[in-house]
Design a protein around this ligand. Structure first.
Ligand code: THU
Length: 160
């Protein structure tokens, strides 16, 4: 038996103001999407904004359903829309923000496992890392230089 250690490096910004201006703009677009989320059941709004290499920004927000499992997270709403509408574009950056309607969400909220796996598919497809930035409603912003940093041991198609 041998032990394998997996390490991840992330950057943590104190708040949005510390981000480069272009990322602040992308995060502001994610905030707008978040505030328009359809989350009547969880009361937990999530917004995502994706910058493509054709300069277009695609957004997504969580879309819930009375049949709970039929709902979809913000990140997948956004990335599947990007894949459907701009199939040839590369995804450069993704900003994510989450905000509870019940309490102040001041810690960074990372994308869920299913969303990480979904984003990973596009990172592998385009053979270029996707920068991910995530925050709560306010406070610290975490940056990952690629999706792979957030999902060690991801499942990929070479095994199929
Ligand atoms: N949610 C997202 O939109 N993204 C995530 O990465 C985690 C969770 C949504 C799903 C559901 O509408 C609500 O947040 C509570 O789980």
């Amino acid at each position: 038996m041998k032990e394998v250690k997996i390490e991840t490096t992330l950057q943590v910004y104190d708040d949005m103001n510390e981000l480069p201006k272009a990322i602040q703009n992308l995060m502001n677009t994610a905030i707008e999407a978040r505030d328009n989320a359809y989350a009547p059941y969880s009361k937990f709004n999530v917004g995502a904004a994706i910058l493509l290499d054709n300069s277009i920004v695609v957004i997504g927000s969580n879309q819930e359903n009375a049949c709970f499992p039929s709902g979809l997270c913000a990140e997948r709403t956004a990335i599947y829309y990007a894949g459907a509408k701009y199939p040839k574009a590369k995804i450069l950056k993704m900003a994510i923000t989450a905000s509870s309607q019940n309490q102040v969400t001041d810690k960074p909220i990372p994308p869920c496992g299913a969303c990480r796996q979904s984003i990973a598919e596009y990172e592998i497809k385009q053979d270029q890392p996707i920068e991910i930035y995530f925050m709560g409603a306010q406070g610290k912003v975490v940056k990952s230089n690629s999706l792979a940093n957030l999902l060690p041991l991801l499942f990929e198609s070479s095994v199929l």
